[in-house]
Design a protein around this ligand. Structure first.
Ligand SMILES: [Zn+2]
Ligand SMILES: [Zn+2]
Ligand SMILES: [Zn+2]
Length: 415
């Protein structure tokens, strides 16, 4: 069965998340987006885990669904842990995603992590624990678990981050490196950027939304063709079998918050080349720049731009439908006009991914405005211009030049 999966999200028990992040909203929005398998996130949090156990029941092996909701979203038990520790005389801050095949295994992991730190304070707990030790605890609890470094390039909290990361999987996980089967590319990098680092050749590159609110789920995702079960999904990731792990769906990496270098407060945005000219020092305040993902990729790359290793998983870059509509209408994403057009399209076609990826232009035009249909097609073709994000500021997308939307709409009414 062909399906789309998003493994990394956060519940309402994580800091800075929407209070709507409960199971009913997740189930509903997963359907709207076209996601069949959704990570629960936050299984380390006692309250969220209690919630999961009360409201979910087993579906296919290792997957769960809301009670009495046979057609509903399948949930897979996942959590993210923030490991903060010192290694080789440097402070390390690394986020790790853990996949668990059952509630029983979640509880065993939670018991052990509870000895190290407080799991109640945050859905994504901060533990004074070496990432390698975390891998050891998790994998000694169950070999079926997956340990996946999260958003591996973000400067502050990741395996390769410029501020507190490492230079290789081995430096981070040592003898546990061979059990690291995947890494999450994060919003600010796409697989092509990661292909330049041969150290990543052996692992699968997966993509998830890291959503903090229901509307953001699926903004990055993975496409599989396997039976629906925990072990089939884990096996597809581990093997990178192109017949089973078909592709990933990506942001344009420029849209992510840490693509370029800069200082948000100083209003300074620089490409890696420009930063080099300034010796990575902010020309405004004189402090070290926040070096983004592209810069860090350049630093660790042992292949030229455009290089492609032997075994890769294909990917497609997309822009969320609400942003395309906002661009077409020349309005903000959170406006009534955008919501109306969005709901209208979802009602007409199956789900957001169907609209973004498959519905023919003609059908889009019949159901919506010509400029919205044109916007969707342009995104499919990669015809967009982007202002890169930097130091925590999201990048900006432009699909149309000024006033062009009106022209498109006029032409369509004429003919
Ligand atoms: Zn994280
Ligand atoms: Zn996260
Ligand atoms: Zn500055």
């Amino acid at each position: 069965m062909r399906f789309i999966a998003d493994f990394h999200i956060h519940s309402k028990y994580s800091r800075a998340t929407s209070k709507d992040m409960d199971l009913e909203a997740l189930d509903k929005w997963a359907k709207i987006k076209g996601i069949k398998v959704l990570g629960t996130g936050d299984f380390t949090h006692p309250q969220w885990l209690k919630n999961l156990k009360e409201k979910l029941e087993p579906a296919e092996p290792g997957l769960y669904k809301l009670k009495k909701n046979d057609q509903g979203t399948r949930f897979i038990l996942t959590a993210e842990i923030s490991c903060i520790y010192s290694k080789n005389n440097r402070v390390r801050k690394i986020h790790i995603i853990v996949f668990s095949p059952s509630f029983e295994i979640c509880e065993k992991i939670n018991t052990q992590l509870g000895w190290i730190g407080n799991l109640k304070s945050d859905g994504r707990p901060i533990l004074g624990l070496d990432a390698k030790e975390l891998a050891k605890i998790v994998l000694n609890t169950s070999q079926e678990c997956l340990v996946v470094p999260a958003h591996i390039w973000t400067p502050w909290f990741s395996m390769f981050g410029s501020k507190s990361g490492f230079d290789s999987i081995e430096e981070c996980f040592e003898d546990y490196s061979k059990y690291i089967y995947a890494g999450e590319t994060g919003l600010s990098s796409d697989p092509a950027m990661n292909w330049r680092i041969s150290n990543l050749d052996k692992i699968a590159l997966i993509s998830n939304s890291d959503a903090h609110s229901p509307r953001k789920i699926g903004r990055e995702a993975n496409v599989f063709d396997t039976e629906l079960s925990y072990s089939a999904i884990a096996e597809a990731i581990k093997s990178k079998d192109p017949a089973k792990f078909l592709s990933t769906i990506e942001f344009f990496p420029e849209e992510g918050k840490y693509h370029y270098d800069g200082h948000r407060n100083c209003n300074i945005v620089l490409s890696p080349k420009e930063s080099k000219k300034y010796n990575n020092i902010c020309p405004n305040c004189g402090k070290p720049l926040t070096l983004g993902v592209l810069n860090r990729v350049e630093e660790l790359a042992d292949r030229e731009e455009g290089a492609k290793p032997e075994k890769t998983t294909p990917f497609k870059s997309l822009i969320p439908l609400e942003e395309i509509i906002a661009n077409a209408l020349g309005q903000g994403v959170a406006t009534k006009g955008v919501a109306r057009e969005y709901d209208n399209l979802i009602k007409e076609f199956k789900d957001e991914f169907e609209i973004l990826l498959n519905v023919p232009q003609k059908n889009l035009e019949q159901a919506s405005l010509a400029e919205i249909a044109e916007g969707i097609i342009r995104v499919r073709q990669g015809k967009v211009s982007l202002e890169p994000g930097y130091d925590g500021v999201y990048g900006k997308i432009k699909i149309f030049s000024k006033g062009e939307q009106k022209e498109i709409s006029k032409q369509k009414t004429l003919f």
